[in-house]
Write a new protein. Structure first.
Length: 257
């Protein structure tokens, strides 16, 4: 029968995980934060002499996405409970941390930094373009709601499943979710750009069909992207040309009816 950790200890660990990167350094990265989070569990499971040996295993290198780190820590708690009961885990703590840290980091970066953050910003910018003052609040709610769910569910799932929780990414199809999130953000940004262009043309009493003049520029950007040109460079150039074009728009389109 599984030994259960008191809820207050689990809550203590989960709250400490919010400070995971406070002791970040170039040698251990998140290793200090990992040990700080695990300390309440280790103190409860081991005596003073055992604690010194166990601490060395937890003070090593560790680095993953902070929003998915609770899933790793939850599973580590289950492994430590099994070891304290005399059941040798099928994998060492060091190997387990190395095994899951990189995949969780890659998926977390793609989902949260590369997908959810631009998506939240796109929605907030659309609201801001309409003059809604709640736009910043909407951004904070959207960008923090999903990570909070992953922090809570991932931690509890890791604690209950132990090593079986490594299927967390596959079961929830997080790589696919990251791709869909990025695609949605791109669509929203395109809609925002179209809305701002329409607003600019209406303000200057310019026919909306004149926006088709930008079609060659759009196709050219797509061609450059497929040829391997830097996306950031393309965005910079397009943004610069757009700003210059808007500044001189009244002089450029005076011939339009």
């Amino acid at each position: 029968m599984k030994k259960q950790m008191p809820p207050r200890v689990l809550l203590h660990v989960w709250l400490r995980l919010l400070l995971l990167q406070c002791s970040w350094n170039f040698k251990q990265l998140q290793g200090g934060g990992w040990f700080y989070a695990m300390a309440p569990v280790l103190r409860r499971l081991y005596g003073q002499k055992e604690m010194q040996q166990i601490a060395r295993e937890h003070l090593g290198y560790f680095n993953t996405h902070p929003y998915l780190a609770p899933a790793v820590v939850g599973a580590a708690i289950r492994l430590e409970i099994e070891r304290s009961q005399g059941r040798a885990p099928s994998v060492t703590m060091k190997d387990f941390k190395e095994m899951v840290a990189a995949p969780y980091a890659a998926v977390g970066d793609a989902l949260f930094w590369g997908g959810l953050r631009p998506l939240s910003a796109s929605i907030a910018l659309l609201l801001a373009a309409k003059g809604l003052v709640v736009a910043p609040l909407v951004f904070l709610i959207i960008f923090n709601a999903l990570p909070l769910w992953f922090r809570i569910y991932g931690f509890l799932n890791g604690y209950e499943q132990g090593l079986q929780s490594i299927t967390f990414l596959q079961r929830h199809k997080l790589p696919d979710l990251a791709i869909r999130t990025k695609e949605t953000a791109i669509v929203l940004l395109g809609g925002l750009a179209a809305f701002l262009v329409c607003e600019l043309f209406n303000y200057q009493h310019t026919p909306l069909w004149s926006g088709l003049l930008l079609l060659p520029l759009i196709l050219g950007c797509g061609y450059l992207a497929r040829r391997g040109f830097s996306t950031l460079l393309i965005v910079f150039l397009v943004s610069s040309l757009t700003i210059i074009g808007c500044y001189f728009a009244e002089d450029v389109v005076v011939w339009l009816p």
